[in-house]
Design a protein around this ligand. Structure first.
Ligand SMILES: *Cc1c(COP(=O)(O)O)cnc(C)c1O
Length: 224
């Protein structure tokens, strides 16, 4: 049977399977169900199946869907995994419980100010442009040490590092590189791995995997 509960159990089983040889505990890997482009009717079955951590990539879309779902299920954790414009920092801080796309000084300043104003500290992953792709978001590897120092000079809780490796290439070397960067900087959180490569990411140390298609099926829109 191909329903949400079955797919969720499969993903959990796959994570547990690769944790074993990697000598990791499956409980140390947080599965983020990426619900972008999917409506409440697709999300509810996963909530019913016990999933409590969800990810969205757009603030506006999340604002439409999540306030009601969060009110009905206060134990849900909502993660922002997509790029964030500084002018949406206040809305993001109010709605999300974790942000994976902190990648530049202007956004750092906006988030620090928004968190101060809201009296709410939202943990942030620093997104690294691990493949050095000009069109992609993320702090460059070269600028990472200075940027991490800038984040640590604020009160924003630093959750770890996040990456989206280049498309259509082997992801493993990029995951391994991100894990090394995190270790070099004394960070434990590693947000890496999507539907096509979350098992590889877990083997290489991912603490947070962001899985959409494998849980929800193909997306309706082509929005990435
Ligand atoms: C959409 C998205 C995902 C999930 O992708 P799937 O391939 O559907 O699992 C993960 N991370 C980010 C940043 C995304 O935008």
């Amino acid at each position: 049977m191909d329903n949400a509960a079955t797919r969720l159990a499969e993903v959990h089983a796959n994570i547990a399977r690769v944790c074993k040889p990697a000598r990791r505990e499956a409980g140390d890997v947080t599965l983020i169900a990426v619900s972008k482009t999917h409506g409440p009717e697709a999300i509810q079955p996963l909530i019913d199946a016990g999933q409590r951590v969800f990810g969205e990539n757009r603030v506006q879309e999340a604002l439409v869907k999540w306030p009601a779902l969060k009110a009905a299920h206060p134990d849900i954790e909502l993660h922002l995994i997509g790029q964030l414009q500084s002018n949406k920092a206040e809305e993001a801080v109010a709605l999300f419980d974790c942000i994976h796309s902190l990648d530049r000084p202007s956004l750092l300043a906006a988030l620090a100010k928004a968190m101060d104003k809201a009296g709410r500290k939202v943990p942030c992953f620093v997104q690294v442009n691990i493949g050095d792709e000009p069109q992609k978001g993320g702090c460059s590897v070269a600028e990472l040490p200075a940027f991490l120092a800038a984040v640590r000079a604020t009160e924003i809780p630093l959750a770890g590092l996040m990456c989206i490796p280049p498309a259509d290439t082997e992801a493993a070397p990029f995951f391994a590189f991100l894990a090394k960067l995190a270790a070099d900087h004394g960070l434990e959180g590693l947000s890496m791995g999507m539907s096509g490569d979350y098992e590889t990411a877990v083997m290489l140390g991912a603490t947070h995997v962001r899985v959409g298609t494998a849980l929800f099926g193909q997306r309706d829109g082509a929005r990435g």
